[in-house]
Design a protein around this ligand. Structure first.
Ligand SMILES: N[C@@H](CCC(=O)N[C@@H](CS)C(=O)NCC(=O)O)C(=O)O
Length: 218
């Protein structure tokens, strides 16, 4: 199994975290040809995005598909509950991240330079992000400690890297408490940082993200 991409991508990071939870070391490697737009990589994954997973003579794309492949191929320590409604809820939380939270980093990434910042775009981005987080909060388990309830799941795998990335970026825009007024997210965030697996993963991810952000700042 070969995972292409860089850990700093929250989409790549979720595949790494899912595998790690199951005791599998899946270290991402640079895409063949030197980048995700190289002819070699595009021949494997014409979508030209990371991650991609080479396995069993095929190349899979789309991070949640890869996470669910890891789940199916390595059923030990399941990442999906048995109950069909709870399974659907775990997928719903992951889907909210993909469709409504991840796209909200755009306005912040585009306006990192204070000298050229479009304040109106940033303010609209803050509002859209708060709405998406409130939607996520609504569907999260009230009991926790994980996003979908007592067991770690694909919901946590999708949420943690994306929210580490988002919180790391918005801090530069004065948002210091991303989960203010969202008690489920607040408790979940604390739990993730206290847990041995996700706490260590968060440290590793943040280090990769800081290195990436400093390289962008030049
Ligand atoms: N829906 C895709 C999103 C993957 C994605 O957008 N990855 C980014 C890196 S964080 C990427 O490769 N972007 C390059 C591009 O879109 O050209 C997934 O879940 O795998």
């Amino acid at each position: 199994m070969k995972l292409y991409g860089s850990l700093v991508s929250p989409y790549v990071a979720r595949a790494v975290l899912a595998a790690r939870y199951k005791g599998i070391d899946l270290t991402p490697e640079g895409p063949p040809g030197g980048g995700i737009k190289s002819a070699e990589y595009l021949a494997l994954n014409p979508m030209g995005k990371m991650p991609a997973l080479e396995v069993g003579g095929k190349c899979l794309a789309e991070s949640m598909v890869i996470v669910e492949y890891i789940e199916d191929a390595h059923p030990q320590k399941p990442l999906l509950p048995q109950d069909p409604v709870e399974r659907a809820n775990a997928r719903l939380l992951a889907r909210i991240v993909d469709l409504y939270i991840a796209p909200q980093s755009g306005p912040f990434f585009r306006n990192m330079n204070p000298a050229t910042r479009n304040e109106a775009e940033v303010e609209a981005g803050k509002k859209a992000l708060a709405k998406a987080l409130a939607d996520l909060e609504h569907f999260m388990s009230a009991q926790g400690p994980w996003a979908n309830g007592a067991a770690f799941s694909i919901a946590d795998v999708a949420m943690l890297p994306s929210l580490l990335m988002t919180s790391g970026i918005v801090i530069g825009f004065g948002v210091t408490n991303l989960f203010e007024g969202m008690p489920k997210l607040g408790a979940w965030w604390k739990h993730c940082h206290a847990d041995a697996l996700t706490g260590a993963f968060a440290k590793e991810y943040l280090a990769a993200m800081q290195a990436f952000l400093s390289s962008r700042r030049g």
